[in-house]
Ligand binder design. Sequence first.
Ligand code: IMP
Ligand code: MG
Length: 177
Amino acid sequence: MKTAVGTILITEEEIRTRISELGRAISKDYGGRTVTLVGILKGSFIFLADLIRAISLEVPVEVDFMAVSSYGDATTTSGTVHIEKDLGISVSGKDVIIVEDIVDTGLTLLHVHNILSARGARSLRVAALLEKPGGSKYERPIDYIGFKIPNKFVVGFGLDYAQRYRNLPDIRVLDES
Ligand code: IMP
Ligand code: MG
């Protein structure tokens, strides 16, 4: 549906339903084990906020964030990734789920995965709200995936274009002008 700000690709309700399903899957997979969610800032903050509340209270959950950058204000990948904010907690011996907004080239994920693996995480899985098709450098499966989307630049639900539109309640494609 076309709106004043872009065309809606995934509605609020579709997102809500899917995140509930992901939360249920995580709750089942982790049973009574403590899980450590590592959100990749900034894009994942809204997804993580909903996902953590969709996980059963029987699963103890820890959360921390890392900020890495692989995009400037452009809509193409630079191919370089920097750690801008590191974790405050240790992941050594922990069962970690990396929470990412979108997997495009997969470089961000590959980089974060390698860092957390080198720090001795006991297990590492990935939850990503969105996945773009083809060519991801992260070759492991994405364990908890919200939606596969076409190869378009999307905004909303935490995702930005030049730091804007993160507050849109759904996922939208900005109209070409
Ligand atoms: P990757 O390293 O190429 O997989 O890109 C990951 C990061 O690029 C994501 O965490 C997003 O912040 C950003 N990104 C990739 N595609 C989009 C998009 O369509 N909209 C907004 N941000 C995007
Ligand atoms: Mg991001």
